[in-house]
Ligand binder design. Structure first.
Ligand SMILES: Nc1ncnc2c1ncn2[C@@H]1O[C@H](COP(=O)(O)OP(=O)(O)OP(=O)(O)O)[C@@H](O)[C@H]1O
Ligand SMILES: [Mg+2]
Length: 278
């Protein structure tokens, strides 16, 4: 049992039906994911990379139970996620958390950082008052923000600080898998690098597994052990990160690598980074 992966995805297919089409007579269904399989071990950084529309977010949504697969299975910690029915077990709701691209829209602008974190702690663990406030401060510390930010509203924070708060909120239920969907795409390059470092540190410290979704190969390199390259709803290649970068097998991976001019400049920016909170 200990050898089985934390997440096992098998032959996953997802079709979207209806809506979205403004052209009369156009096909009303779309096969966004067409038979995808992969495993994520506990504590592993697994990245899905591919061009826009290749189906990355759709896979993340299926794991989060926001979309129903048309075929295949998703097994988390031995439990079949697709067989949960309407009620998602509390343990799963804690174990799998998500960080989105845009922290501004994922945080409630009318809530202070403290209230945001305390609300999650109350919902998942029933803690409130001074105990929850202390835990909120701990969470903020874990993402590298000083405690005076607890009194702030999201609008009073920079984009990087907002994303740190969003990460703290995701950590609050003590997850085992973090789905990160383009978590640094809305940030400038040096802030991206700091957030990626934070995510890498948290993974190590907390033995967190990541499903890291990105269109940017340079970004993925910093956080993933394994990279799966997606193209039009299928995985065309999966491999250890460094192997995939140095010896890509699939033609599409080679094209993707060739189209990343940012790879070297980004690395230089990372190397030049000054540690600490922006
Ligand atoms: N709710 C929906 N209804 C119909 N089609 C959808 C829906 N959501 C996504 N799609 C389509 O499914 C395909 C895959 O979308 P998805 O969002 O998974 O792509 P992605 O790889 O995350 O792209 P990006 O890098 O732009 O975020 C796209 O062609 C998209 O237009
Ligand atoms: Mg997406």
């Amino acid at each position: 049992m200990t050898d089985s992966p934390l997440l096992q995805v098998r032959d996953l297919a997802i079709t979207y039906y209806g809506g979205g089409s403004i052209i009369p007579g156009r096909r009303r269904s779309f096969d966004a994911v067409k038979g995808v399989s992969f495993d994520i071990a506990a504590g592993q950084g697994f990245a899905l990379v591919g061009e826009s529309g290749s189906g990355k977010t759709t896979i993340g949504r299926a794991i989060l139970r926001l979309v129903t697969p048309s075929r295949g299975s998703i097994v988390f910690d031995g439990q079949d996620v697709t067989a949960f029915g309407r009620r998602t077990p509390l343990s799963f709701r804690r174990d799998v958390q998500v960080v989105f691209q845009d922290p501004r829209s994922s945080l409630n602008p009318r809530r202070t950082v403290r209230d945001t974190l305390m609300q999650v702690l109350k919902r998942h663990f029933g803690v409130a008052g001074a105990q929850a406030a202390a835990q909120a401060a701990e969470l903020l510390d874990q993402v590298g923000l000083p405690s005076y930010h607890l009194n702030r509203y999201p609008g009073e924070l920079s984009g990087g600080q907002q994303q740190r708060v969003a990460i703290a909120r995701a950590l609050a239920p003590k997850p085992r898998l973090l789905v990160c969907d383009e978590p640094v795409s809305a940030l400038d390059v040096s802030t991206q690098s700091q957030i990626l470092n934070l995510l890498a540190d948290l993974r190590r410290d907390l033995n967190l597994a990541y499903l890291f979704i990105s269109h940017d190969l340079a970004v993925v390199r910093q956080v993933a052990d394994i990279v799966a390259v997606m193209h039009r709803g299928v995985i065309v290649e999966t491999g250890p990160t460094e192997t995939l970068y140095t010896q890509p097998a699939a033609e599409y991976t080679k094209i993707l690598l060739a189209s990343v001019p940012s790879l070297e400049p980004r690395r230089r920016a990372r190397d030049a980074e000054i540690p600490g909170v922006q």
